[in-house]
Design a protein around this ligand. Structure first.
Ligand code: DER
Length: 223
């Protein structure tokens, strides 16, 4: 199976997992990326089975609206039963590296409101140890070089994502060469660097379940 076919299978598995849990008043948190795009398309025929969605990016908002799904402002939502999103890397403890699509800040915000984070990935994302994928860090433009210097002190090689501005008007440094040690501790360390808006480590709060599409079917990892 190609990676695209695997992403389709992960998206289908997410639909099968989520639909039975949706009530007419349910609001679904939706992430960003090509796997989530497929999930949104599969959701479209079921849009009467739940109330609406909260989106993690302008990209997903556009796709949700095109699917006829109402998109609510997070400020108008008190709780989210589920959040469905992809990842660039996920480890056996369901810690993730995210942000390849540049939406990490809103993804982490919306995920933080949801009771359960359902991660949908093709098997290429499942790694024994996080760190191969360059870590996206959203930074305030003013602080870009200051943060880059701090990141070099930590052993990383920061690279500005040229010509990219996030939905929040900030820039992204993609940082390779970092050794996270304990991912949650490292996430907290990065969060404390002045000028860092959000980093792509999702370890302080990771996923509760991962649906991993592989050549021999979809496996479900659950803590
Ligand atoms: O940017 C993100 O965090 C996305 O979820 C990304 O990591 C997954 O994108 P993909 O489904 O296109 O591989």
């Amino acid at each position: 199976l190609t990676q695209d076919e695997l992403k389709q299978q992960a998206a289908q598995a997410a639909l099968d997992h989520v639909l039975p849990q949706l009530q007419p008043d349910s609001i679904l948190g939706v992430g960003t990326g090509s796997t989530v795009d497929r999930f949104i398309d599969l959701l479209a025929p079921h849009r009467q089975e739940f109330r609406a969605a909260v989106s993690s990016s302008e990209r997903s908002t556009r796709r949700l609206r095109a699917a006829g799904i109402e998109v609510l402002d997070l400020n108008d939502v008190a709780a989210l039963a589920l959040y469905v999103d992809g990842a660039d890397e996920i480890d056996p403890q369901l810690n993730m590296v995210k942000g390849g699509g540049g939406a990490l800040t809103r993804e982490k915000i919306v995920a933080s409101v949801a009771d359960r984070f359902v991660c949908i990935v093709d098997e290429s994302k499942l790694v024994e140890r996080l760190g191969a994928f360059p870590l996206p860090i959203e930074v305030i433009p003013l602080a870009r070089e200051a943060v880059a210097r701090q990141v070099r002190q930590l052993g990383g090689q920061p690279c500005l994502r040229e010509g990219f501005v996030t939905d929040n008007g900030n820039q992204i440094l993609d940082v390779s060469g970092l050794n996270y040690g304990d991912p949650a501790e490292f996430e907290a360390l990065l969060n404390n660097i002045p000028g860092v808006v959000c980093c792509g480590l999702f370890a302080i709060s990771g996923a509760q379940v991962a649906l991993v599409a592989g050549q021999d079917g979809v496996s479900r990892l659950e803590l």
